[in-house]
Write a new protein. Sequence first.
Length: 285
Amino acid sequence: MDGLNVFTKTTADFTQPAVNSNVTITVSAVSQYSIEWAKPNDYIWIQGGGYYQVVTYIDSTSIEVKNLGSTDNAAPLATVTSGAYVHPSGPPGAGGTNGTDGTNGVAVIDYDFADNSHTGDTSWTSLYSKQVDANTLDANEEYIEGEFFVSMGMVGGSAKKGGIKIKFGTTTLFTHDTTTLYVPFGENFLNAFTSLKVKFRMIRTDTDKARLEVDVTGLQGQLPSSGSYLAVSGISSGYNELRQCTAEVSSLNFAANTNMVVEGKVSDSSATITSTAHRLIKGQI
């Protein structure tokens, strides 16, 4: 003669009780289903509900069980729907140790791949501007990181001279200005860059201060070994080593909506400067 199957299904919804509290569930005793195997103190598992301990075997279609509150159990007051499988289990295992913290994520402020060009602007002119909302940096060690590319147009086989500036509101963070310099390149005279990749990170250190990290090493063209073509806020001299440097910046207003701005200028009316692939993200160290 066939024995009893050690599984069944619920025949009505039930509400998950509080941890260590009891609930009566109704189950099927039709065909292959049975609950007669369940005895007081047995551990069972209910699909969608989790782990329980049998308190009372009432009859062939109902038992009283206690919510063990295991990690994967449904929250108290959740509805465990009818048709959930019920079968025996061992006692739930102890919770595992917490894993290590993951790396801090980043939030995108802007991705702008449009080419922003100006021709003949010998004064500083905006090439790119993006509002950074108030309190985007509301804790120390949070940062805004930016990256973009700048190129100078060629006229008659020679590159024209240009400059770029990064500002946060009215505060200048970084300037790369070659409008007064030429350096030798082959038979022609070339200004300090034909194309330039700029990457910077502004890390909040106080309510109005930041640590600025600048990297302008990804360039094509030549740079002089010294001169005043490069300036970083808080550093008075503009020597070659400033292409990759760190400086402290003050008078920043993180509590207000403030634009991150890239400005450009050229040396004469025939020169064109273009910035593109602007990326701004927020992160935390």
